[in-house]
Design a protein around this ligand. Structure first.
Ligand code: HEM
Length: 455
């Protein structure tokens, strides 16, 4: 009989047993905030403490999370530190907009993400993935973490602009990497809440890259607008066309169209890439699970050619992806700041406290999950997933600011996994020793070198 072996326990920092000194804490925050949290954090419903940067609240109780993200969301703005990092890049894009601008933009952009449009992106997603995997036909070893960022960038560029980018397409991809590497970093001065006039050395280098990048986006939008005016019937139905249609007095301004293009690139390709990389890694280390997923994919692909149907038709594949999102949430921390002080049960939440809802911690909380550190996709199999509280599993956030691209990402991930796993087997090697590190996303330090063999 086929007996299910013990589950794989993927690498993660052990909860600390002693609190770090102030200096050590600053060092850890800069190097890898995932290493900061102690036993308490993974066991208590919340942590409330005074730290270097002010008052800190870690929210773990699903009721408290629901309160912060949904029931009293109006009292919470985006955390100051996060805004300082991201706003110079994304400006009034949806991720960093606040107040009336956010409200108007979210409403204007809702039609862009309807199921009809998301389904419309399935064929370009499939085409790009089929093109992409030809690189594996001769077999060999490759850094899958890097490969997945190339694949999701390809898919995003196709669904954003249909390849119609002003200037050299290759240079655009390089500039994006450089932009987020230089600008998207926590500066130690931000953590210490130093005044804004003190220059952040980590960001100065990024300014030139940003000016160049912005110009490409402006020129691309102008190019498309010209085409739209000349022959509206000939423009592709991609994100850019949909965003331009959302322009108007009650919709987006031209500057906001550009900000949101940059936001989609920033929020929408590395996140999905990380999730795909971690999924392939966890499956490679769990051959029993991988076998089940491969069988499912083979069966579905044999009789269902329509990629918009795959997400519903592949519950085991989806469960493996969901479980990788639990263990390695690409957005490991959702940070908020209360506008007014308030009470939740007997917890006092002071004004300006840093309120952290950390998927990384909540998804591994000792009181919320059975065997929290194990890769067990069956938690998400039909019949089990319904038992998971909505507010203990939040890879895409929750409430009014829930990820607007979640359905896009899920569809893309299942299409990419179906194509990759139906044609190739991904195995770890002696060099595959990833260590999760929190940058803008949860990255595998050391990459994911894996051996790829045609099946
Ligand atoms: C696996 C992939 C993804 C993950 C894990 C993810 C995660 C998240 C999370 C946790 C948030 C909420 C942040 C907060 O409340 O502070 C968010 C917001 C957002 N995401 Fe995603 N995301 C993914 C893919 C995408 C894609 C593909 C797009 C666009 C095409 C996208 C666009 C956005 C935008 C624009 C927001 C801001 C929404 C708002 O504030 O109204 N994301 N995402």
């Amino acid at each position: 009989m086929d007996i299910q072996p013990a589950p794989f326990i993927p690498p993660a920092p052990k909860p600390r047993t002693t609190p770090p000194s102030t200096l050590e804490m600053i060092r850890i925050v800069y190097r890898n905030p995932l290493e900061l949290w102690g036993e308490h954090t993974y066991n208590e419903p919340w942590i409330s403490a005074n730290g270097v940067g002010g008052h800190l609240i870690v929210a773990n109780d699903p009721g408290l999370i629901r309160h912060v993200l949904v029931d009293n969301a109006r009292n919470y703005k985006m955390a100051t530190v996060r805004q300082k990092i991201l706003r110079p890049i994304l400006r009034d894009g949806l991720l960093t907009a606040e107040g009336e601008v956010w409200k108007r933009s979210r409403k204007a952009m809702a039609p862009v993400f309807t199921p009809r449009h998301i389904f419309g992106f399935a064929q370009p997603m499939l085409r790009r993935t089929l093109d992409f995997v030809t690189r594996y036909e001769d077999g060999g070893t490759s850094d899958i973490a890097h490969d997945m960022t190339l694949l999701t960038y390809d898919i995003l560029a196709e669904t954003l602009f249909s390849g119609e980018i002003a200037g050299e397409p290759g240079s655009f991809a390089n500039e994006i990497d450089r932009l987020f590497e230089t600008m998207g970093r926590v500066d130690p001065l931000d953590l210490l809440r130093a005044p804004d006039w003190l220059p952040r050395l980590t960001r100065i280098r990024g300014r030139k890259t940003m000016a160049y990048f912005r110009k490409i986006v402006t020129d691309t939008v102008k190019m498309r607008e010209g085409k739209f005016k000349r022959d509206p019937g000939a423009v592709p139905q991609d994100f850019l066309t949909l965003l331009l249609k959302a322009e108007g007095p009650d919709g987006l301004t031209r500057a906001e169209v550009e900000d949101n293009i940059i936001t989609f690139i920033g929020a929408g390709h590395e996140t999905t890439a990380r999730a795909l990389g971690w999924t392939l890694y966890c499956l490679a280390e769990s051959p029993w699970e991988r076998n089940r997923v491969e069988q499912e994919i083979d069966q579905v692909l044999a009789c269902e050619p329509d990629p918009t149907k795959w997400l519903d038709a592949m519950p085991f594949t989806r469960a493996a992806f969901d479980e990788a999102l639990r263990l390695y949430p690409p957005a490991p921390s959702i940070n908020r700041e209360p506008i007014e002080p308030e009470m939740w049960k007997d917890l006092h939440i002071p004004k300006h406290a840093a309120v952290l809802v950390m998927p990384w911690v909540v998804h591994r909380h000792r009181k919320l999950w059975d065997r929290p550190d194990a890769f067990l996709p069956e938690r998400f199999h039909p019949g089990n997933r319904e038992k998971i509280d909505r507010f203990q599993y939040l890879p895409f956030g929750a409430g009014p600011r829930v990820c607007i691209g979640a359905s896009f990402a899920m569809q893309e991930a299942i299409i990419a996994l179906a194509i990759m796993l139906s044609r190739f087997r991904f195995d770890t090697t002696a060099e595959t020793k990833p260590w999760p590190v929190q940058k803008l996303t949860t990255q595998p330090q050391g990459g994911l070198p894996m051996r790829v063999t045609p099946r």
